[in-house]
Design a protein around this ligand. Structure first.
Ligand code: FES
Length: 145
């Protein structure tokens, strides 16, 4: 009986030491860094990258050419540069029309320049823009939405 109590005491002591050691190790780890990594993984898992083969879009073959895919307007602004903008008006979400010089919303008249910047309200926010990455070897464009 005495020996069993002693063993329990030893067991509890060693368990307590293990908990203390674990706490010390956790404190030594850069918790902020772990959280930041977890957030970036979370963000990247929400990133919706769309890859288009430019040979399927002849309108994008030349600088200045443009096309709209779904609710995304894409323009080739250089031999290897593109812009991609949402065609959803930032005011009340109507689809904007490309006028050649910029965009115009048929619902309440907001206008935007070619880069999606508001030039006339009632919209206050620019059109949403997406980062693009051109792959010249594969002739593809990745749009990060
Ligand atoms: S929805 Fe475009 S201006 Fe109102």
């Amino acid at each position: 009986m005495e020996k069993e109590n002693f063993n329990r005491r030893d067991f509890l002591k060693s368990g307590f030491k293990t908990i203390i050691a674990g706490s010390v190790i956790l404190n030594a780890v850069d918790v902020k860094k772990l959280l930041a990594e977890a957030e970036s993984i979370s963000e990247s898992s929400h990133t919706n990258a769309k890859v288009i083969n430019l040979s399927d879009y002849p309108d994008l073959a030349n600088v200045g050419g443009s096309t709209t895919i779904g609710k995304t307007f894409i323009m080739r602004t250089g031999s290897s540069k593109f812009i991609a903008l949402s065609t959803v008006c930032s005011h009340k979400k109507c689809d904007v029309d490309f006028t050649g010089d910029g965009f115009e919303c048929p619902c309440h008249g907001s206008t935007y320049d070619k880069s999606g910047k508001v030039t006339n309200g009632p919209a206050k926010k620019n059109l949403r823009s997406y980062k693009t990455a051109y792959n010249s070897e594969e002739n593809t464009l990745t749009i990060n939405m």
